[in-house]
Design a protein. Structure first.
Lengths: 330, 497
């Protein structure tokens, strides 16, 4: 019996120790906070302006229900701007239900890093929040939401829908971006939202490398980019229904030249295969520049450790002169 | 320590009838229901006094089996022991005892026997003429079932024991009588099946009952609180029932029953935690349906204790765990409520308990009206007046209704519910886990008469689980619970006595 008591006590102790992370919360009534549905950051030279789209509950009248408000403030850093923003309003901000983090495509690498670090440090942003890139983050929340209460929640649905229809897999979850940053992977693909005459359009995706936006792709181009980077899920590209796609990455170093082979395997229901392969190769040529937009660097460093040790000091040279071949199994 | 309040060991009956009658009269000198009927026997020499308490005896038996034979039967009673002769040759009563112990005499008279004092001897006869009025057999209000036996105990312990015996037609059935209470001298029967009950437990129980030093025992709970292993535990470690079929079923599992005179509630022990989730009806209806009910009771126990606490924790500490639309809805519906979630929750739990208790104590017709006024009118009005919020009202109501599914745990449910609300309001879900763990530890370390309170959960024997979380079909429940390692575990062939 004594043993049983000790055993149960130890189990409880271990359980409680593992749950110590749950103790950090603050007792606060749900109606005494502004629920943030989305935040956006705009570059203002060396400063950052933070925008918060909030859902405000009218505590005086249940008939008036909830409404949407946008607050903004600027600061030298992302943290400072949000702190200033909090200081301007009557109730604390509740980030637990923040669904969207919009970043200005012009944010510097350092500023982008600040945004990610701030969210991570405070552990208050929902890890599953979507990140988007936009050149109009200052007016993004001024648009009128269509199907939900806020623009942010509306955009979540739009992104999901675009991904489903086009087969694109963005790396736009906050935890994905955060994890990539932690493991020093440099490449993310964020949805790009354009605001025009009070309406928002998901027009494509922005490729970020080293926390800096390097290229902006249209949706069709983005779909092919995803196909080349093994990020395409079942979907439609022009007239092609593409399913079960898999892109195998192979790399070899011969005579100081990198030979990269991309084996694209997919099931196509109909269409002209030659046309599709031609499109893929053109996209490859168009996008390939001096910047490793396809994230080959990450793949080599993970999959070919020895080869990576050889090329890492002069990777840009090797990448620029690399021979890239695409093979198809449709 | 039981016994009459006065020591009667120094008092002896006299050969002179008048003196003996005076002794009894003096003892009951302020009791107006004491009746004394003097009779001169047909031999013309012997005189008797029939002494009884009015209302405690069956007048028909007294008249026909005691007084009439004494007045009419001509037998030679003067040769040999006169008391024995009267008992053997004249009286028609089924049970008579010869005694000269005044304490025994008083106990018998107080328990409805008739005392026969006889001139010329210091011995008296106590005659079984018990016949007080009883409520009769009716279905227990708190243990109503849709299918199965409908009889329930009444307040007469003797009849209650007979009702149990009627279910167990075996000489293996034992009933031992004890008297407890300095002033009430309450009759207590310990019933068990000799081949199934653990001897040590029986003797331990007797020892604990005999140790009870109290002036009166008016209900089984007086005994239950004295004999339980953990006197301050909120969890019941002795079972109670008003149904003879349930007592019989428990005796067949090797348990022991304690029947107390003056109450229809019978104690059974050992009592396991899983019994709190068993319904009397479970064994009389299809096992599929019974199992659904049992699983629901476990779910309801969890809901009853945890819903308000979890709700407070989620809405104040862990809002990220709520779906956004629900979080917004909660925030919106809380709009204007002046109380914090914690105070609001505690207040609503107390109001619910008040309504529940009032409903129980009120006449049934008023009880229904109270439910409508309390549940609908006050609830609706409180929400509209923004004294409480609708989601919290729903959470507390759900918890309260779930608690009604497990009436045997009502005490612990209330305390645990309140405790969890406190823990969640101060520490969030961390407090919930901590307090729940303490409760689980407590449950797993409790004992009921030396048997682990969670014996049915701890033992890896699958047979045990067949009557725990669900009720297996009768043909597959082949063994009894393992309370006593020496007894016959098989319910089948091995159980022949």
């Amino acid at each position: 019996m004594k043993f049983e008591k000790i055993f149960i006590f130890l189990i409880t102790l271990i359980l409680l120790l593992t749950l110590t992370g749950c103790t950090g919360g603050v007792y606060r009534q749900p109606d005494q906070q502004y629920l943030v549905s989305g935040i956006a950051f705009k570059r203002d030279k060396s400063r950052i302006i933070a925008f918060a789209e909030t859902v405000v509950v009218n505590t005086e009248s249940t008939e008036q229900g909830v409404s949407r408000h946008i607050f903004s403030a600027s600061g030298n850093t992302a943290e400072e701007s949000l702190l200033n923003l909090s200081g301007k309003i009557s109730k604390p901000l509740l980030f637990d239900h923040c669904g969207l983090i919009a970043v200005d495509k012009d944010l510097s690498s350092e500023q982008f890093s600040q945004v990610i670090d701030y969210c991570k440090k405070n552990e208050q942003i929902n890890l599953a929040a979507y990140m988007i890139s936009s050149e109009n983050t200052d007016i993004l929340f001024d648009c009128e939401p269509v199907s939900t209460l806020t623009v942010s929640y509306d955009l979540l649905g739009v992104i999901d829908r675009v991904e489903f229809l086009n087969g694109i897999k963005f790396h736009n979850r906050y935890y994905e971006v955060c994890a990539n940053k932690l493991r020093e992977s440099r490449c993310f693909f964020l949805p790009f939202v354009l605001v025009n005459k009070g309406e928002y359009i998901l027009s494509g995706g922005d490729v970020y490398i080293d926390n800096k936006m390097v290229d902006s792709l249209e949706l069709t181009e983005g779909a092919l980019y995803c196909l080349l980077t093994d990020n395409f899920s079942d979907g439609k590209f022009e007239d092609f229904e593409i399913s079960d796609s898999k892109t195998r990455f192979e790399c070899d170093l011969r005579e100081d030249t990198l030979f990269i082979t991309l084996n694209i395997k997919a099931d196509l229901e109909k269409g002209d295969y030659a046309y599709l392969s031609d499109k893929i190769e053109r996209t490859l040529e168009n996008l390939r520049g001096n910047t490793d937009i396809f994230g080959f660097k990450d793949r080599i460093s993970r999959k070919y450790r020895n080869l990576w040790n050889t090329v890492k000091d002069n990777y840009n040279f090797y990448y620029t002169n690399a021979k890239i071949e695409v093979k198809y199994e449709f | 320590m039981s016994g009459l309040t006065t020591d009667y060991s120094g008092i002896k009956l006299s050969v002179n009838l008048d003196e003996s009658v005076d002794i009894i009269k003096n003892i009951f000198n302020k009791d107006c229901v004491l009746r004394i009927r003097r009779i001169k026997l047909p031999d013309g020499i012997t005189e008797c006094a029939v002494i009884y308490l009015d209302g405690m005896v069956n007048n028909e038996i007294l008249n026909d089996s005691v007084i009439r034979p004494l007045l009419t039967r001509h037998e030679d009673i003067l040769t040999g022991d006169i008391a024995d002769n009267i008992s053997e040759k004249i009286l028609f009563v089924n049970d008579s005892k010869k005694t000269d112990n005044v304490a025994d005499i008083l106990r018998a008279v107080l328990y409805g026997d008739t005392l026969l004092l006889i001139s010329g001897t210091t011995f008296a006869l106590t005659l079984n003429t018990k016949g007080w009025r009883t409520r009769g057999i009716s279905e227990p209000e708190d243990e109503r079932i849709l299918q199965g036996p409908r009889e329930g105990f009444d307040e007469a312990a003797l009849f209650n024991v007979a009702m149990i015996r009627r279910k167990l037609l075996t000489p293996d059935f034992c009933s031992e009588m004890l008297r407890v209470g300095r002033r009430t001298e309450t009759v207590v029967f310990i019933c068990y099946l000799e081949s199934l009950a653990d001897e040590k437990t029986v003797s331990e129980l007797k020892k604990r009952i005999q140790k009870i030093d109290i002036d009166g025992i008016l209900d089984t709970n007086y005994i239950a609180e004295h004999i339980r292993d953990n006197k301050h535990s909120l969890l019941k470690t002795t079972g109670t029932t008003e149904r003879p079929d349930i007592v019989a079923a428990r005796l067949l599992e090797g348990r022991i029953a304690v029947v107390v005179d003056g109450t229809p509630v019978v104690l059974t022990l050992p009592y396991l935690f899983s019994e709190n989730f068993q319904s009397d009806e479970d064994y009389y209806i299809n096992f599929f349906i019974a199992s659904i009910g049992r699983i629901l009771r476990y779910i309801c126990f969890f809901a009853a204790v945890s819903v308000p606490g979890i709700f407070v924790a989620l809405t104040t500490f862990h809002k990220q765990l709520l779906p956004t639309s629900f979080a917004l809805s909660v925030a919106q519906l809380r709009g204007g409520v002046p109380l914090s979630s914690f105070v609001e929750c505690i207040l609503l739990i107390l109001v619910f308990e008040i309504l529940k208790e009032t409903g129980l104590r009120m006449p049934q017709s008023l009880g229904h009206a109270l439910s409508i006024v309390g549940g609908l009118v006050v609830g609706q009005a409180a929400v509209e007046a923004r004294i409480v919020s609708a989601p919290m009202l729903i959470a507390v109501a759900l918890s309260g209704i779930s608690g009604l599914m497990i009436p045997r745990l009502k005490g612990i449910v209330f305390y645990l519910r309140i405790g969890l609300v406190f823990a969640c309001a101060f520490f969030g879900l961390y407090g919930f886990i901590a307090l729940s763990s303490l409760f689980v530890i407590r449950v797993f370390t409790l004992k009921s008469f030396g048997i682990d309170y969670t014996a049915s959960l701890k033992n890896p024997d699958f047979q045990h689980l067949k009557d725990t979380f669900f009720r297996a079909p009768w043909p597959s429940m082949k063994t009894r619970p393992n309370f006593n390692k020496n007894y016959i575990r098989s319910r089948g062939d091995g159980d022949e006595i």
